[in-house]
Design a protein around this ligand. Sequence first.
Ligand code: NAD
Ligand code: RBV
Length: 539
Amino acid sequence: MIPAANPAVKDFFHRRVVSFMGSVRVDLSKRKCCKKGKLILYYLLSEDFHFERNIVETLKDSNSKSKVLSIDPSLAYKVADLSLAAWGRKEMKLAENEMPGLMAVRQKYGKDKPLQGLKVMGSLHMTIQTAMLIETLEPLGADVRWASCNIFSTQDHAAAAIAKAGRTAVFAWKGETLEEYWWCTEQALTWPDGSGPDMIVDDGGDATMMVFQGIKVEKDPSLVEKKYDNKEFQIIMERLGASLKTSNDRWTKVAANIRGVSEETTTGVHRLYQMAQDGELPFPAINVNDSVTKSKFDNLYGCRESLADGIKRATDVMVAGKVVVICGYGDVGKGCGQSMRGLGARVLITEIDPICALQAVMEGYEVVTMEDAAKIGDIFITATGCCDVIGREHLEQMKNEAIVCNIGHFDSEIDTNYLETTEGCTRENIKPQVDKWTLKSGRSILLLAEGRLVNLGCATGHPSFVMSNSFTNQCLAQIMLATEQLENKVYTLPKKLDEEVARLHLGRLGAKVTKLTQQQADYLGIPIDGLYKPEYYRY
Ligand code: NAD
Ligand code: RBV
């Protein structure tokens, strides 16, 4: 084994490993492992090899005053603690039974390997469920690199399990700073030979945005000289400014090579349609969110379980009898409403869309405005995908120790900027991802996950079973991108595949579907084996 006793030798070897990592990864993916590669592999697999949390500090560009963390394409991974890998692996093993869709994809497409030779970059919460997705893309032939799509959503044992397996390069840990987050995204977008991905699995559109803004900056370098009010956008522009110093066409070339992106969530899909409308979509895109077996399951039933999980783990508060205000009554809001009502809360809804507002009323909820709700709510949950839903004026009116959280994709829904920048607002950290803010009113609120998605920041996101539906769609979308010539448009997956995904999940729940007789099929005018519904059916 590796000469671990002598620290100097170990350090020397460690550095050699890092510098050889890129070539070894290529060797391994071809299953040709040279002697040196094998030695390095043993080292990688040993518990000894892991980067300490503060390694990112050492990645800072020492030659400049820039805050931009340097990219190291040869780095195999950056996770919080590799020793968590065995725990992660055990939970992945348990997830197999709960993810029949993904297991069926492995079996059905594992032989033909439709993703063979293709590089897939993922920007999606690095959870146990996502680890299962990664290990489904791998046997389909993909060469995978991964980052999380939120600074709080990584399950460190899941990231460790993926890092330790040594096939996918993963850059993710719970509690990244925004600078580290964008470093992770760029690391995952950069292969050891400097090239970019063939395909992207995106959740919220951050990976797509990095490529898109990269192209914009290369067309108009003055963009990186500007100062931006949005702190996160400023960080992205600083990264792209650093990239521009080394190449003025890197992102343009990266984009030209991309066959397409498959997008997981409502907000990311919204961004894609906006780009398409403006004629700016840089490559084909598949809207996975609007597969029925995604949004009508994950967004609804997933949130119905993981919302309460997040609030409970963060606060242990009794929900029964409380007034819970849910902003937005779309798929996510509907799941949140059921969840809170199920625990005995009195649920109030805010909505802008009269159809969704009417749905809420018909379900027996009260529909109110934030102005009215702010003073009476005990727990506030934003689920809109919009911005400025809970403003400073609302925060200042809230009851003492009201709980405030968001389950929408971005942290734009609650005016946390007010809390952070206003003199007279003070913060007391209770524990990670739970802060007590005292406001000018003299009252306090409990803010969860700094206004980022509470189910992934304060708990572990949706359960495996529902994510199997979402991620089976992701796999089918990646296969579509790999095997079809698509235009720069936003596509949805064919309904036939939606029905197939649902079918794959029925057995696990012991459901038996009725088969049409030929006579019934003729009467309805549909084939015995589907499609069962027309395109316009809304479920
Ligand atoms: P949706 O479009 O179905 O629902 C959003 C609803 O909010 C709509 O009905 C809209 O009319 C309403 N709305 C918009 N602005 C509003 C405002 N200012 N005040 C009140 N209501 C307003 O979207 P969805 O699928 O329910 O997703 C909502 C958000 O949750 C998105 O950001 C999505 O990406 C995210 N999401 C998160 C998870 C998770 O696990 N945390 C899961 C799925 C989706
Ligand atoms: N989501 N992922 C998980 N356990 O990995 N939980 C929720 C998980 C996804 C979900 O599909 C949603 O659309 C997206 O997170 C919002 O970022």
